[in-house]
Structures are given as C-alpha cells and as structure tokens.
Design a protein around this ligand. Structure first.
Ligand code: CO
Length: 308
C-alpha cells in the first residue's frame, strides 16, 4: 500500500507534464478554430407584415422594406407575412412564396444568422402582434443554446402605436401630410379595428388628432370608432368635403373595397350618399415618408437592444 503510494508520487511530475501538454494543445486548437472576434456574427432583419394579396397592397410593404434596406446597408432584409390565407392565395395565383415568421426565422437560424431584429409593421399591438411576439419569444428561449438552436440575439420592434408619445407622433405625421385637405374639409383615417383591447389605440389616436385640428377623424372597419361615430361628427361639423385614407400599412383589399370601393356599403359610397364630396386615398401608411421614419425609429430601438 505504502509502496503503491510512493510509486504514484514518483510519477506525479509525469502526470503534471501530460496535463500541461494537453492544456496547451487544447488552448492552441481552440485558438486555431475560433474565428476573429466579430467575424462569426451575421446580422439580419426580418420585416413582418399581415400581407397583401394585391400588388397595390404590396407597394406599402415594399416601400417600408426599401427604407429599411437603405437604413441598414449590407444587412440582409427578409419579408414575412402573418396571414396564411394571403400566403396561400399568392402562392396559388402568382406562384409567389412568402414565409410566415416562424418558418422565416427557422430558415435564418439554419443559414447561420446570429443576430436578428424582427420589424413589426403593425399599427396597433393587437392579436397579430401578440402572435408575432410569441414566435419571437420562442426563438429567444432557444438563443444562446449553440449555433443549432435559434440565434445569439433576437429582438422585436414595437408597433406604430405602442406608447403615449406614439399617438402624438403619428398624429403629427398624419396632420403634416394632409394639412391642406384638413383646411377644406374632413380628413378621415380608416383603420382596420379589432375585437382585441388594443382597438382602444384608434380612439386615443383620434384624441391626439383633435388636439391638432378638429377636422381630422379616425374610424375603423371592425372596431371603434365606427363609421356611424365618424358620420355623426362630420355631419355636425357641416363640412362638405371628405378625404378618406387608410390607417393601415397597405392600401390593399380593405382600402380598395371597404373604404374606396363602388359597392353600396363602402365608406366612399355611404358618405357620397350622405351628400359629401368624397376623395379616397389609395396609399397605405407604409407609403407615407413620415410614418416610414416612425417605423425606422422603432426598428432602431429594437436593433440597439439586440446589439449589446
Ligand atoms: Co381584415
């Protein structure tokens, strides 16, 4: 027993030498295979929109995409839709493939992107945004788990109307755009509207607009304020002209049909029947320069949060 101990003690220098050699070799190998700091970083941007099946609607999404690309030269910008109905429709009718966010992100992870900023182009933090946030949160849970599991960093920008300051800023952008029209009649912004609590954002935007001018109105197709809410007020204001513009990212199906369509129940037809001279605007918020810069500001916040 004692002899065994002595023999082990004798071989200790040899064991220590071996450990040292192995450690040195390991360090050298690690150095050889570790890329230069920063060279393993691949940043990307994923822009997410509800989507549009109409080329006219796509223009709103393309306009924002172009502005984002210009602001982040050298960074790959991809586009993703959240509406499966629209994705199936454009695949069937125009042979165009757009991925939903979870698939687009999985592909980006597979292709080696390490830092991804997801840009929400939503107007309000409603159900569409909630869903997107869950997807991003899922990828965030996987992050840090190695190259095969998600990203190193992932962040998500806030929708246009997310905090108190946003109402003032969007109201300013809209009144600047239509100041001339606002002097000659009612300017009505028609949002989508939703059953979601975030529908209250449209009423808050209305208040922010009224602080600037009594002639600016907000209505929605599916929520509050409603068409009747707007009608009652513009009738009382005694204006003759009414400009109707979508308060949506794109001027797609809703803008062309529910707002400016020739059907009896479009906003244009109903307001015309009430005696107003109606001018529809077929351009989405995504095509408005001032709104584009608001979306860019939101993107910058998310980008900076992601780039620690
Ligand atoms: Co809709």
């Amino acid at each position: 027993m004692k002899r065994t101990f002595l023999r082990a003690l004798e071989s200790l220098p040899r064991i220590l030498l071996l450990v040292c050699a192995l450690t040195a070799a390991h360090a050298a190998l690690a150095e050889a295979f570790t890329p230069e700091p920063g060279s393993d970083v691949k940043k990307g941007i994923l822009l997410v929109a509800f989507g549009s099946s109409m080329p006219e609607g796509e223009e709103g999404i393309n306009a924002v995409t172009d502005v984002v690309k210009a602001a982040y030269p050298g960074v790959e910008v991809r586009v993703s839709y959240t509406s499966r109905i629209i994705m199936r429709k454009i695949a069937r009718e125009r042979n165009k493939t757009v991925d939903e966010p979870a698939i687009a992100l999985a592909k980006m992870a597979y292709e080696g992107f390490t830092d991804v900023t997801v840009v929400s182009t939503h107007v309000i933090p409603g159900a569409e945004y909630d869903d997107l946030k869950s997807v991003v949160d899922g990828f965030r849970l996987m992050s840090g788990g190695g190259p095969k599991a998600g990203f190193r960093r992932i962040s998500l920008s806030l929708p246009l109307l997310s905090n108190l300051r946003d109402f003032e800023r969007l109201a300013q952008a809209l009144t600047d755009t239509y100041s001339e029209r606002g002097r000659n009649g009612a300017v009505i912004f028609v949002g989508h509207g939703t059953h979601h609590f975030a529908d209250a954002a449209y009423s808050a935007l209305q208040m922010a607009l009224w602080r600037k001018s009594p002639n600016f109105y907000v209505g929605t197709i599916e929520g509050m304020p409603s068409y009747d809410d707007v009608l009652a007020r513009i009738k009382a204001s005694k204006v003759k002209n009414a400009l109707i513009a979508p308060a949506m990212l794109v001027a797609g199906d809703h803008a062309h049909n529910d707002i400016a369509g020739d059907e009896e129940d479009s906003w244009k037809s109903m307001l015309t029947a009430e005696g107003f001279r109606v001018t529809p605007v077929l351009s989405g918020l995504g095509q408005n320069k001032a709104v584009q810069s608001l979306i860019l500001d939101k993107l910058r916040e998310a980008w900076d949060e992601g780039a620690m």
